[in-house]
Design a protein around this ligand. Sequence first.
Ligand code: ZN
Length: 245
Amino acid sequence: MIRRIGTILAALALTAVSTVLGVTVTAGAAHADGCYTWGRTLSEGMSGEDVRQLQIRVAGYPGYGAVLTIDGAYGPATRAAVARFQQAYGLAADGIAGPQTFNRIYALQDDDCTPVNFSYAELNDCNSDWSGGAVSASTARYNARVAMWKLQAMRHALGDQQIVVTSAFRSYACNSAVGGSSTSRHLYGDAVDLGAGPHSLCRLAQQARYHGFNEILGPGYPDHNDHTHVAHKSTRTWSAPNCGI
Ligand SMILES: [Zn+2]
């Protein structure tokens, strides 16, 4: 009897949570996530903040040489990115983001909206408040978050083995201290230097071409024989001559 009352109470609690969130949450689909919860299925032609949040999570699935625009408008490129994400995780690849897709994302993200295998601290060993770069602290932090989602996609494509981050966001002071270029993308928060680990530097540079990085500099490019640099920027610069890039 006590056990049965417990079951009823649990059911009531689930109902209460559903009501508070204002979304349809069926038993088993609930999640303990402090970041973001989607409240509707999203498909091509829709727009809004929920689409923008989705685009950040699938930014690592734009296809070879492409960069997904994060603008809150669910166009063909977003549909294709969602389909690639779904395919990567064994879901029906219809390019429509519904409960299965969102549950997969919930399982991949931490409460601070970073993907589970990367963290803000890992992307910033320069300071703790993301200040002093070429953009505002909030923009630098946002850029780093998008870069982490791209890296999460790349990590999964490489068999879910560790990707070693050796340097990312830098203030002007930190950038000068390491002799970085005065126009370095590290000042914007969207550049990440990767070290050799389970994957060689060339393997990382080659794979990065599929995950939304417009800037890839690696072995054979001056000063890049000991790391592979990946970043976002408006035009493409790929150079890693020793890797065939
Ligand atoms: Zn770099």
